[in-house]
Design a protein around this ligand. Structure first.
Ligand code: PLP
Length: 427
């Protein structure tokens, strides 16, 4: 599909382009396997000499259609779906890091990603240095080592709502000859396309706004095709040296700009699985068809709720980058002039118990471990998603112990505010 088309059109139409007589709507290819006429044809697929489907653990046509829609929205050259956002972030880094390698990451990231990078990847021999994203380029540069393989950050951090200076991060990464990977879950390509600001690889938890209805856990990895792996061949032998498991094929030589995604599919999906189910991909696609309608409404509602919270005497602080008073307002205006996201972080005056009582008194707004779906919901990260972090780590991750994460949905905003108001009266 013509990727010059507007985002709205890509949301509705990109990905599945039926040929004559084929279903208008993306079919669910609910099949683990695919049929070939000759043994030779199948063998060529296993050697990566032909492209085609043979087993859904590696690739499935429904998934690929949806991945190509997200790729078009992000302005990338290749993409893949994963079973979760966690799998997407793991694969995005693990595709270019192995035991003995190191990478650098903003400390203000999603708690699950923090745990993956700080604890689980360390067990695999991959070390991550977390840095203050607001430190100077010189200070952040000091974290880089000869074995550093990438820099990682979130466009808008979950749950702190810190905005990443993508251009600054891209400059630092490229100065050290490594790609910048950006988790663009909260902004979505509707509000920000990190590739336009120098990011090389984008990841998503499609579980959030992309699905938008809280039905399917999923993830995506999109490659801009801009990072020159060959120019830093010694750093990325997995892409630039022969792969013994495919008869000595070299990804950059065989696949050019598709090298990174092809390697992630051919090696990581083959060996580790974590494919998204075709049925979930179908539902994700339905979500994507209205992403361009829902995201602006989330932002409009969140702006009104944030302004209301800011004026409320029971509220100690509000962090929403659409507020003029916010530390990230300028950065948000630069990278996301049409709106940022529907998620607000705030703290109440009074004790932790009062915060809990406020949340328990909400009626329309539910306590759920989720963000970024159509229904307004609330969570206390220090007691829920981030409970494995110490208070020190919480603060480092941009999560104050009193932080309440409010994910503003697409209901009528007056009903959302009325519910918050009645719950405030209960504390
Ligand atoms: C939720 C989330 C993840 C993890 O995604 P899952 O789909 O839950 O595995 C990663 N990054 C961000 C920014 C998230 O909000």
């Amino acid at each position: 599909m013509d990727t010059k088309l507007s985002k709205e059109t890509l949301c509705v139409q990109a990905g599945w382009e039926p040929k004559n007589g084929e279903p208008r709507v993306l079919p669910i290819y609910q099949s683990t396997t695919f049929k070939y006429d000759t043994s030779e044809q199948m063998a060529r697929l296993f050697d990566l000499k032909d492209s085609g489907y043979f087993y859904t653990r590696l690739q499935n046509p429904t998934n690929d259609a949806v991945a190509s829609k997200i790729t078009a929205l992000e302005g990338g050259v290749a993409g893949m779906l994963t079973s979760s956002g966690q799998a997407a972030n793991f694969y995005a880094v693990f595709n270019i890091c192995e035991a003995g390698d190191h990478f650098v990451c903003s400390s203000t990231i999603y708690g699950g990603t923090f745990n993956l990078f700080a604890v689980t990847m360390k067990k695999l021999g991959i070390e991550c240095t977390f840095i203050d994203a607001e430190a100077s380029e010189e200070e952040i540069s000091q974290a880089f080592r000869p074995n550093t393989k990438c820099l990682f950050g979130e466009t808008i951090s979950n749950p702190g709502i810190n905005v990443l200076d993508i251009e600054k991060f891209a400059r630092i990464a490229h100065k050290h000859g490594v790609p910048l990977i950006v988790d663009n879950t909260f902004a979505t390509p509707i509000n920000c396309r990190p590739f336009e600001w120098g990011a090389d690889i984008v990841t998503h938890s499609t579980t959030k706004y992309m699905d938008g209805h809280a039905t399917c856990v999923g993830g995506a990895i999109i490659d801009s095709g801009n990072f020159d792996w060959e120019a830093h061949a010694d750093k990325f032998p997995g892409l630039t040296q022969p792969d013994e498991s495919y008869h000595g094929l070299t990804y950059t030589k065989a696949f050019g700009k598709m090298a990174y995604i092809t390697k992630a599919t051919a090696q990581l999906m083959r060996d580790l699985g974590s494919i998204q189910s075709p049925e979930n991909a179908f539902l994700l696609n339905l979500g994507l068809e209205t992403l361009h309608l829902r995201v602006p409404r989330h932002c409009e509602n969140a702006q009104k709720v944030a302004e209301w919270l800011e004026k409320n005497p029971k509220v100690k602080w509000v962090n929403y980058c659409g507020l003029k008073s916010n530390k990230y307002y300028e950065l948000a205006q630069k990278y996301m002039p049409n709106g940022s996201c529907g998620v607000i972080a705030f703290g109440l005056k009074g004790s932790r118990e009062e915060a809990i009582r406020f949340m328990d008194s909400l009626k329309l707004v539910c306590i759920v471990t989720h963000v970024a779906d159509a229904r307004t919901c609330v969570l206390h990260p220090a007691s829920h998603t981030h409970r494995q972090l110490s208070d020190e780590q919480l603060i480092e991750a941009g999560v104050a112990p009193d932080l309440i994460r409010l994910s503003v949905g697409i209901e009528n905003v007056n009903d959302i505010i009325s519910d918050l108001e009645q719950a405030m009266k209960c504390i």
